[in-house]
Design a protein around this ligand. Structure first.
Ligand code: ADP
Ligand code: MG
Length: 158
């Protein structure tokens, strides 16, 4: 089934100038970009975004990290894209992420920060349909999302 999911490129991805590489990764996997913006996130939005983690010890550090610099918010669509995008992003802990995933490929140098402070793992992606719907409406207005056809639709999306 065709699904849309929310992806955030975290401040480390922007600072490391990986925006293009990461978006290319999604596009080459047959996923379509429906929404795209560069922004400085508001603390309240990030707190809502990560509300499932609000009791966890790392909550303040992840909120601080996400508001520390520019981020890119994306809505990515495709056949079973929620699970596919999670796979492409890789394990939360970059040292455990598949080498060919975004985190395994570019965030592996951050692996030692898992126990200490901020875990810089480059990307966020929604983990299920319910979170995808909530997160897309948290980060995007309806008018910022566009549908369009592509000659690749027949290859990737059915
Ligand atoms: P994911 O981003 O893979 O969905 P989680 O939802 O478990 O992972 O956690 C959200 C984010 O919080 C992670 O991507 C990471 O930036 C941060 N985080 C998770 N666990 C830790 C931890 N133990 N220490 C520091 N930061 C963490
Ligand atoms: Mg998560």
């Amino acid at each position: 089934m065709y699904e849309k999911t929310l992806v955030l490129l975290k401040p480390d991805a922007i600072e490391r100038q990986l925006i293009g590489s990461i978006i290319t990764y999604f596009e080459e996997a047959g996923l379509k970009i429906h929404g795209l913006k560069l922004l400085k996130a508001k603390k309240s939005v990030v707190e809502t975004h990560y509300q499932e983690h609000k009791e966890k010890p790392f909550f303040p550090s992840v909120v601080e990290f996400l508001t520390s610099g520019p981020i890119v918010a994306l809505v990515v669509g495709g056949y079973e894209s929620i699970a596919k995008v999670r796979k492409i992003c890789g394990d939360t802990e970059p040292g455990k992420a598949e080498v060919a995933s975004i985190r395994g490929r570019w965030a592996h140098i951050s692996r030692h920060s898992m126990t200490g402070g901020i875990l810089k793992n480059l990307v966020h992606s929604s983990d299920c349909r319910e979170s995808a719907a909530k997160e897309i409406s948290l980060w995007f207005d309806e008018c910022e999302l566009l549908d369009y056809s592509s000659p690749n639709d027949g290859w990737f999306n059915f």
